[in-house]
Ligand binder design. Structure first.
Ligand SMILES: [Zn+2]
Length: 417
């Protein structure tokens, strides 16, 4: 893991340096030693030019000058060299390289519910869940704040993973602030509880007359270059993801027996989001028995770069046979201060082979220090006044990505492998 100060998604550089003029960072390049570094102020932004063409040209000229003539001729030579260089280069070489736009993912703090915003390089957007109802529209406001950061004003697709109030409850308030292109969900509520029936009724009323699509395992949500494949919905799951052969899962043999779950959690819509080589898994609140059914005996998901901890990191989910099999580099737990982030689930994720960092939206205050991440990896730590800090992922199609803590503005980089 690399922290702070580097802003590209290449492989980890052996040595990197920052251009003081424009803030760009050269990688796989060594800091030039020539005294004529003034050349960089003309705005070269790519390392090949800085180090090979520009400085070598000037160094040759420097050696041709007599020592006594140097003070007055230096500026002249630099100026002439600059002009000659400018004239000799094709215009295309002077233009900044066209940088790829990243996929942005915001894990928005809705205090133990889910609201995860995906914004593709094209600007197409997918919001997974809308947090809780009540609280004077707190969650809708936080979603809108993340949208503003991403530079969007509308949501193209709003996926409701299931009909519990920490996921669907915020939809009516959000619709007062933001327009949504289409609503996606798994169909009707099948949970036998008044609370969930009320949630579902409020959702249906809020989206009446709007475009709604029922999703099934295998369906895709297209974000123009970014795709989300539905892995699970309404209690069913896929057997294979298109183009990938399911592999035997060695972690199934040790898996415990999970209880069947009659609640809406087990009917959660789960998605695998792909942008080039970058892959992210979000299974909503899918509970243990359904997780195991999805990945045992064969794992159809493969491995992922980022795992959004299922069910806010609750111990009713996050089975080792799932977490270990998908082998995430980084995980985010969207817990609340006093909701989820269970010690058992935290431990399973933390001990997952290959995990580099485990981020949390909150300190899990009902847990202990041994089962919470370091404070830098927590958006809203206990005892610190924050106003719903979020975690922002910025992913390149080459598989590299960053995670930024909006509270500290610190960024951790996970270079492509
Ligand atoms: Zn939930």
């Amino acid at each position: 893991m690399r922290r702070m100060g580097r802003s590209i998604f290449g492989k980890a550089p052996a040595r990197a340096w920052r251009n003081k003029t424009n803030g760009s960072v050269g990688r796989a390049a060594q800091r030039p030693t020539t005294r004529y570094r003034v050349i960089y102020k003309i705005g070269y932004t790519f390392p090949q030019m800085r180090n090979s063409t520009a400085s070598r040209t000037l160094n040759v000229r420097r050696r041709l000058l007599p020592r006594t003539a140097r003070p007055f001729t230096t500026l002249f030579v630099v100026a002439c060299g600059t002009v000659a260089l400018l004239l000799s280069l094709p215009q295309t070489a002077l233009a900044a390289p066209k940088e790829e736009k990243p996929l942005l993912v915001y894990s928005i703090d809705v205090e133990g519910g889910q609201a995860t915003l995906f914004v593709a390089p094209s600007g197409a957007s997918l919001l997974v869940d809308a947090g809780w109802p009540g609280n004077d529209g707190r969650d809708a406001a936080r979603i809108q704040k993340a949208m503003q950061n991403a530079g969007i004003t509308t949501i193209d697709h709003l996926l409701v993973t299931h009909f519990h109030d920490d996921h669907v409850g915020g939809v009516p308030q959000l619709l007062k602030l933001v327009s949504v292109g289409e609503f996606l969900d798994h169909g009707v509520n099948r949970e036998d509880s008044d609370a969930t029936r009320a949630n579902f009724a409020a959702y249906e009323a809020a989206i009446q007359g709007k475009t709604r699509r029922i999703v099934h395992p295998g369906d895709t949500i297209d974000l123009s270059g970014v795709s989300a494949v539905v892995l699970a919905a309404d209690g069913e799951h896929i057997a294979a993801v298109k183009g990938a052969k399911p592999q035997p899962n060695p972690f199934c043999a040790e898996e415990k027996k999970w209880a069947e779950d009659p609640s809406e959690n087990a009917r959660s819509v789960g998605i695998l989001v792909s942008y080039g080589k970058f892959r992210l898994l979000d299974l909503g609140d899918l509970t243990g028995a359904k997780e195991v059914a999805l990945v045992c005996p064969n794992n159809p998901i493969g491995i992922v770069d980022l795992y959004l901890a299922t069910h806010h990191g609750m111990n009713l989910s996050n089975s080792a046979s799932l977490v270990y099999a998908v082998h995430p580099r980084v995980a985010i737990i969207n817990n609340g201060a006093h909701k989820a982030g269970s010690p058992e689930a935290w431990q399973t994720i933390h001990s997952s082979p290959g995990l580099e960092d485990l981020w949390q939206l909150h300190t899990a205050e009902d847990s202990d220090a041994a089962h919470n991440s370091a404070v830098d990896l927590i958006a809203n730590p206990a005892g610190m006044p924050t106003d719903g800090a979020y975690l922002k992922v910025s992913a390149s199609s080459n598989g590299g990505f960053t995670v930024t803590n909006s509270r500290t503005r610190q960024t951790s980089m996970y270079f492509r492998k």
